[in-house]
Design a protein around this ligand. Structure first.
Ligand code: FAD
Length: 471
């Protein structure tokens, strides 16, 4: 069979991982990224307008492991374990909430460091060519053609591929072009909150706070969080309604706000540094996108944020994008095995087999990505408000206990999302079932206590109890 080629648009986290997977499965890969190569020292700040660090958890690691266990090990080496949330009260009290009763944890990893590892991994395949400073201008899937522009020379040219992969982020042009071809259900929603990042330096050469926690200052309608970096700094992110950002214009107003709401964090950041960063650092918007299908015939597929941008509150955007790549690979490999071909090179799939593999991917994946988009949104309320409510803490304790006793029967929501690969849509179904049983058990327990108390009181008062037949 003639060599098959894939064009990947977008050399972010998901596109670079997809490049590795396709190359491993025998495809000739051309990846086009509109920015310059972040591995060049002079461009190393190019991705820093997003979060500086990210939480990576089981789904992300699983995709790295399937590609190459050594790659997973390299990322783990850079990652700082975060074993729980550290809740900072207004009075400076800190309360640790473990993520998992068996000690499982999420991990903080630098965005730049991770992308560099993935681009290096992609470059190590002779079948991969990385083209930086190349922007997708247009795509004609029926003629398997994309139009690209070299940003350095302004030269515009066409390139052809058997398959076109859109990993070009939340504002994906590949997705836009796909929408003109398929009846795509699509929604894009901005939430009313934005974010701004701050840095917190070391204290006496050491981390200023526990490095093994994700720190949260929950304040109801807004919150500050902090994730550790290997250089003993923290990256803090303030998530807040835009109207509140609009009220803080001067340094004096910023200091007044931080003093009132995050006095301990302000002490560790330093007023001068906080003010400089508040004035200088961009305020980012938060958008989520749902769409379906994710594919067009056997010609194109969108992965990562291009298919399902989400708000960052479950730390799952990248993890989910990595899982997309893993799922697609699994489905293509299964299709190969089902056809009896003894090879791991998915280039061997016929056009029909590739079509049914992509159809299966889109049909199953969209439900899962919609589910995590919803869960991510809901987790914002949990982080900024629910984490300090008694009912939340009680349920967490109860579920933790039940999970310890019946680890496969009762699984807390956070554990299912972050420490398993249970499909996201199934996570929501299981969570709903658990909630129902938990409520029923609480009602049953309450009824038993009330009835029991009634019976004991009646006996003590010498009242005759009705027999069963009388009831
Ligand atoms: P992107 O990272 O957006 O990459 C897309 C690439 O495509 C870019 O490099 C872009 O330059 C390129 N591109 C775009 N258009 C074109 C074009 N026309 N031609 C060529 N190239 C193009 N996720 C987690 O899992 N854990 C976290 O803790 C986490 N924290 C986050 C915190 C914040 C504040 C934010 C905003 C997001 C966070 N995320 C997190 C989400 C995560 O950043 C994204 O899900 C992830 O970056 C998606 O990767 P991607 O490759 O799909 O898209």
């Amino acid at each position: 069979m003639a060599e098959r080629n894939v064009i990947i648009i977008g050399g972010g986290l998901v596109g670079s991982l997809a490049a590795c997977y396709f190359a491993k499965r025998g495809w000739k890969v051309d990846l086009y990224e509109k920015r310059q190569d972040v591995r060049q020292p002079e461009h190393s700040c190019l991705v820093e307008h997003r979060s500086i660090n990210l939480a990576i958890s089981e789904r992300g690691f699983s995709a790295l492991r399937r590609l190459d266990p050594l790659l997973e090990a390299r990322v783990r080496e850079l990652a700082i374990p975060m074993r729980g949330r550290m809740i900072h009260s207004l009075d400076g009290r800190q309360t640790s909430q473990a993520y998992d009763v068996f000690g499982k944890h999420i991990n903080s990893v630098g965005r730049n460091a991770l992308i560099k590892i993935l681009l290096d991994a992609a470059s190590s395949y002779s079948r991969v060519t990385l083209h930086f400073s190349h922007e997708l201008v247009d795509a004609d899937f029926d003629s398997r053609r994309v139009t690209l522009r070299n940003a350095e020379t302004n030269h515009q040219f066409d390139a052809n591929a058997d398959l076109i992969v859109g990993a070009d982020g939340a504002y994906s042009r590949v997705r836009q072009r796909m929408m003109t071809k398929v009846m795509m259900n699509y929604s894009q929603t901005y939430i009313e909150h934005g974010y701004c990042e701050f840095s917190m330096g070391p204290t006496n050469g050491e981390f200023a706070m526990s490095p093994n926690h994700l720190h949260i200052w929950p304040r109801g309608s807004f919150m500050l969080i902090a994730l550790p970096n290997p250089d003993k700094t923290f990256t803090c992110t303030l998530f807040m309604p835009w109207r509140q950002f609009d009220l803080i214009k001067t340094s004096a107003e910023a200091v007044e706000f931080f003093r009132a709401k995050f006095p301990d964090a302000l002490g560790l950041m330093g007023e001068e540094s906080m003010c400089a960063e508040y004035a200088r650092n961009p305020k980012g918007s938060l958008v989520y996108v749902k769409c379906s299908p994710h594919t067009y015939k056997n010609r194109a597929v969108i992965l990562g944020d291009a298919a399902h941008a989400m708000v960052p509150f479950y730390g799952q955007g990248m993890n989910c994008g990595f899982e997309d790549v893993e799922r697609l690979d699994e489905i293509m490999l299964n299709a190969l095995q089902a056809s009896g071909i003894e090879s791991t090179e998915t280039t061997q799939l016929t056009d029909e087999q590739l079509l049914s593999a992509l159809d299966e991917y889109s049909a199953t994946r969209a439900a899962d990505t919609d589910a995590i988009v919803d869960l991510a949104l809901d987790n914002y309320v949990e982080m900024r408000a629910r984490v300090v409510s008694y009912s939340y803490l009680l349920r967490k304790q109860l579920e933790g206990l039940l999970h310890r006793l019946f680890p496969t029967v009762v699984i807390p929501l956070y554990t299912m999302v972050s420490f398993t690969s249970i499909p996201y849509a199934a996570v929501i179904r299981q969570w709903d079932r658990q909630t129902l049983w938990l409520h029923r058990s609480i009602y049953a327990a309450t009824a038993t206590v009330v009835l029991g108390t009634g019976l004991v009181s009646a006996q003590l008062l010498g009242m005759r109890m009705p027999t069963l037949s009388e009831i």
